[in-house]
Write a protein that binds this ligand. Structure first.
Ligand code: AMP
Length: 420
């Protein structure tokens, strides 16, 4: 990328440039450089980019600027001018954080809504004037059904992580919402992958879109040092504990295939002297946010997550990712390990693979077009069969430290929890 490229050269106004400078960014990322001028020009956009590329700022900054264009209609109660849809509550919350960060010098009002929590504070938020709504599709549809939100004034629509929204079965909710929006609007669609259904969605909802494509996924993969340990399923957790201790991994994101597996593994690690927490869809929003905060602050060194829960988590420069089990879909492997190679830094990705996962491993190697080197653990003695067969009895996870309060902007209290 052009080293001399600045945010100012992309056409952003002084209050946005100030907010960007205050976050410490010195140069736009590739997707920001490509997308910002196009969105400012009012074009529809089809963006191929995954989390970690800076895509949130790539759409948030120009949208904020467009919403400030004169003459500016006043934001009306429950009638937003911009709608941003995202698949999970975490991602919605993070996008809303970005809206607040980049828009802090602007008089725009925003709210985030997602499912699983008391809907009443959300009603209250929608009774105030607002410009921007960030939402998961299910809960927003509930509001639309109850007429607490009026989508007929939406000028700009964003579908973020569209592929994941489809994977999570949101397509019908999205389509029901989109018929409530005016036809004349600007629409942006971001997705890491472009399957047939995503292309169909794009054809249906974008008008003559500009395409931006950044970081062909393999370049991310190539920056990451990958290795595979061939092992047996019952030995994996002891091997993982050994690797964490032996290598002194201070901040490590571990992926498991199931929520139950995430809980059990976090508990095992915690019982073996490694501070760990699990993050997945069955946990309350407060528990997830707390686990993430403890992980970011270093209080918890190991975060055990399922793919869906981890998707969109804003964790910067993660040095270490572990696949406790390989994902069923090779693309998820790329997503998972991509968490280490963020913002130009390199990372390490380790996979623990048993014989039953050999086929998944070869599928992954075919997709990433490289063979992942096999490693053998040093100084590791597999536990005796007795310990494998008689794991310690489960102990309740004790991470209930302090309360959780969040929420700024028009929402007052931030609604949280389960996204539908
Ligand atoms: P995203 O892809 O939107 O999830 O962003 C990934 C991470 O990159 C976030 O932690 C952002 O704060 C960070 N980021 C976004 N834009 C820039 C930039 N221009 N320079 C450095 N970091 C950035």
């Amino acid at each position: 990328m052009d080293e001399s490229l600045t945010f100012a050269s992309l056409g952003l106004t002084p209050s946005l440039l100030q907010a960007v400078a205050e976050t410490g960014y010195t140069q736009p990322t590739a997707i920001q450089a490509k997308a910002i001028p196009k969105v400012l020009a009012g074009r529809d956009l089809l963006g191929a980019a995954q989390t970690g590329t800076g895509k949130t700022a790539a759409f948030t900054l120009p949208i904020l600027q467009r919403l400030m264009a004169e003459p500016r209609p006043t934001g009306r109660p429950g009638r937003p001018r911009c709608l941003i849809l995202a698949p999970t509550r975490e991602l919605s919350a993070q996008i809303h954080e970005s809206v607040l960060t980049y828009g802090k010098h602007l008089p725009l009002r925003s709210v985030v809504v997602f499912g699983g929590v008391n809907i009443n504070p959300q009603f209250a938020a929608f009774r105030k004037p607002l410009d921007i709504v960030v939402a998961t599709p299910g809960r927003l549809l509930d509001h639309a059904g109850q007429r607490t939100v009026d989508l007929s004034g939406v000028e700009i629509l964003v579908l973020d992580e569209a592929d994941r929204m489809l994977d999570m079965g949101f397509i019908r909710d999205i389509k029901r919402l989109l018929v409530l929006l005016p036809k004349a609007r600007q629409s942006l669609l971001f997705s890491a992958t472009f399957s047939g259904p995503i292309r169909a969605l794009a054809r249906e909802f974008l008008r003559d879109p500009e395409s931006v494509d950044v970081a062909p996924r393999n370049t991310t993969v190539q920056r990451i040092e990958q290795s595979v340990y061939m092992t047996e399923q019952p030995v994996k957790r002891a091997l993982l504990a050994h690797l964490i201790k032996d290598n002194g991994w201070g901040q490590c994101l571990v992926f498991t295939r199931t929520k139950h597996g995430a809980n059990r593994l976090a508990e095992y690690l915690d019982n073996h002297g490694i501070s760990a927490a699990a993050i997945h869809g069955n946990k309350s929003q407060a528990a997830r946010t707390r686990a993430l905060a403890h992980f970011k602050s270093g209080e918890v060194s190991t975060l055990v997550a399922t793919d869906i829960a981890a998707r969109g988590l804003d964790i910067e420069e993660l040095p270490q990712v572990v696949n406790f089990e390989l994902p069923n879909v090779p693309e998820d492997y790329v997503h998972r390990i991509g968490r280490t190679g963020r913002a130009g830094s390199s990372g390490q990705a380790v996979s623990l693979v048993d014989a039953g996962e050999a086929k998944l491993l070869s599928d992954i190697e075919r997709v990433i077009k490289q063979r992942i080197p096999r490693s053998t653990p040093e100084r590791f003695t597999p536990p005796a069969r007795a310990e494998i067969e008689a794991p310690r009895p489960p102990r309740p996870m004790s991470r209930a430290r302090g309360g959780y309060a969040q929420g700024r902007g028009a929402g007052g209290r931030s609604p949280n929890a389960r996204s539908r």
